[in-house]
Design a protein around this ligand. Structure first.
Ligand code: F3S
Length: 64
């Protein structure tokens, strides 16, 4: 079954924290968001977090 890679672009993230309220797979470290798990079985709330990020810093991509 496909897995999904979750990344946050640290250069782009402005530390607004919206992703951490949308999805518990994100936490703030040093003012930037970091995924707790960088590989997940389902996009789930990671995808929602990517959609609400104001600077489009979060990517959820299917792995082959
Ligand atoms: Fe950063 Fe976007 Fe989250 S700006 S803190 S990755 S919502």
């Amino acid at each position: 079954m496909a897995k999904f890679k979750v990344t946050v672009n640290k250069d782009t993230c402005i530390g607004c924290g919206a992703c951490t309220t949308q999805c518990d797979n994100f936490e703030m470290k040093g003012g930037k968001s970091v995924p707790k798990k960088s590989v997940v079985d389902k996009p789930g709330c990671n995808k929602e977090a990517a959609e609400i990020c104001p600077v489009d810093a979060i990517k959820v991509t299917e792995m082959n």
